[in-house]
Write a protein that binds this ligand. Structure first.
Ligand code: C2O
Ligand code: CU
Length: 479
């Protein structure tokens, strides 16, 4: 159950277990706006998870589908969602990665009151950036996201490079099932997950289906939008198995397509990665060995197949894309010379420095941590207090120096802003990629920079949802 990412090529055992037969990746229901509003409902819905033999699981889904409907809009458009909570507990919707107006960010206690059972809330916001985003519940998310409350949010460029049949969403999740193949409810909120790697599950799905086949036509170019919707599982992905290039992280395109990192790309919870793939003759020649075309995720030593590729003859409708360079998003460049420096130290968790930390104004030792479920801290404080981590004037550049003194990797998400990684373990990276969620392994230091240009109160937390619930969150203020 070790979620660390120190793997080498030898551990990359290809595995294709097509237990349920080769099923295509399900296309998602696209949410339509009737009266200008998209209707989104959080509902209890029974669904079979582990194939047709298993019993139903009582999941919590948006509009009764897993994932929730694909919300697809144009860059610059105003999105209107009429959200209704049909659950028995309060919830909210967060639009992950959107540089959104604060009041619509969906964080109970910080930007809105949670939407109670039977209540409706209208989310109305503009989308400044084109790219791959997603939405998910943001109240008790360790429970609500685990039960299925998430969906993709795609913002199209003014002039999309790929038509709809060459623009594929792969929303990946892992589910923890019991011995009957039913969602393992009993282990929700298990403190061992909260203090360790978070809730991991062994049943992987893409768009709600286990090990689907992705059909690609020879010589045609595709954009694959990978979204990690898991609570805590890092997906280790090797796009080179299909000779894919990486074109965007977290919705923000690179200046040029790039060869994937070796031996894998680590896709942390909430992160997105867009791939560009154009299957060649050579790829077809390798078809006999299907395992070459599997996207695989790891956890410890196990290797789990996410999806399998099948390359078919082209019907000649679409050739390789003429240009695959995506337009840049309109974001302000950090002014590093005049930046305000902030540091963020991560402590706690099992096998780490389980020192003492503050929670609700009280100093806690290990026994209180177990009692309260607070195991992690930012700058010695679990689950933030009244004071923000920092307060910035609108337009101020922030350089945030983060130091992971825990025994675990984390994926840290900033709300309302994208940032650049400007230093990794004392080294300047080759590319200053824009991200909304960054990876930090144990004993690592990562420096990020961004212009705090979006007024409001914004959350900053680990997106391993158990870590966040167990203390790894704080907030900052832009005035
Ligand atoms: Cu994806 Cu605080 O959220
Ligand atoms: Cu974490």
């Amino acid at each position: 159950m070790d979620n660390r990412s120190h793997f080498n090529r030898r551990d990359f055992i290809k595995f294709v277990g097509l237990g349920v037969g080769a099923l295509a990746v399900p296309t998602l229901v696209v949410a339509e706006a009737d009266d200008g509003f998209i209707d989104l409902r959080a509902t209890k819905t029974a669904k079979k998870l582990a194939g047709s033999q298993s019993a139903q699981s009582d999941l919590w889904l948006y509009n009764g589908t897993s994932p929730g409907p694909e919300i697809r809009v144009k860059q610059g458009q105003t999105v209107r969602v009429r959200f209704t909570n049909e659950l028995d507990e309060p919830t909210s919707v967060h639009w992950h990665g959107i540089r959104i107006v604060n009041a619509m960010d969906g964080v109970p206690g910080l930007t809105q009151d949670a939407v109670g059972p039977g209540e409706t809330f209208e989310y109305i916001f503009d989308v400044p950036d084109a790219g791959t985003f997603w939405y998910h519940a943001h109240n008790r998310s360790w429970e609500q996201v685990a039960l299925g409350l998430y969906g993709p949010l795609i913002v199209e460029e003014a002039d999309p490079v790929f038509d709809r049949s060459h623009d594929l969403i792969l929303m990946i999740d892992d589910w923890r099932l019991d011995e009957n193949g039913v969602f393992d409810f009993a282990s929700l909120g298990f403190m061992g997950d909260w203090s360790h790697a978070g809730r991991l599950g062994g049943w992987l799905t893409v768009n709600g289906q286990s090990q689907p086949t992705i059909k690609l036509a020879l010589g045609e170019s595709y954009r694959l939008r990978l979204i990690n919707a898991a609570n805590a599982r890092i997906m280790f992905i090797d796009p080179s198995v299909i000779s894919a290039e990486v074109i965007a992280y977290d919705g923000f395109p690179f200046a040029e397509p790039r060869a994937p990192q070796t031996p894998y790309e680590a896709l942390l919870p909430a992160q997105r990665m867009d791939l560009l793939v154009t299957p060649t003759e050579k790829a077809v020649a390798r078809l006999n060995d299907l395992s070459d075309f599997a996207l695989t995720a790891f956890a410890g030593r196990e290797s789990l197949s996410i999806a399998v590729f099948d390359v078919v003859e082209s019907s000649g409708t679409q050739k390789a894309a003429a240009s695959t360079t995506l337009p840049m998003n309109p974001i302000a460049q950090p002014d590093l010379e005049n930046a305000m420096s902030v540091s963020l130290n991560m402590e706690g968790g099992a096998m780490g420095r389980m020192g003492r930390m503050m929670h609700n104004g009280m100093m806690m030792g290990p026994r209180e941590m177990r009692r309260t479920g607070q195991f992690w801290s930012f700058n010695g404080v679990a689950n933030f207090g009244d004071k923000p981590l920092f307060e910035a004037k609108k337009g101020q550049t922030i350089v945030l120096t983060t130091d992971n003194q825990t025994g675990w990797p984390h994926g840290i998400h900033l709300h309302g802003h994208h940032f650049q990684i400007i230093e990794h373990n004392g080294k300047t990276p080759k590319h200053f990629d824009w991200r909304d969620t960054f990876t930090i392994e144990r004993d690592e230091q990562v420096k990020i920079a961004f212009v705090a240009d979006n007024p409001g109160n914004w959350l900053l937390h680990c997106h391993m949802l158990e870590h966040s619930a167990a203390g790894m969150k704080t907030w900052f203020k832009v005035i």
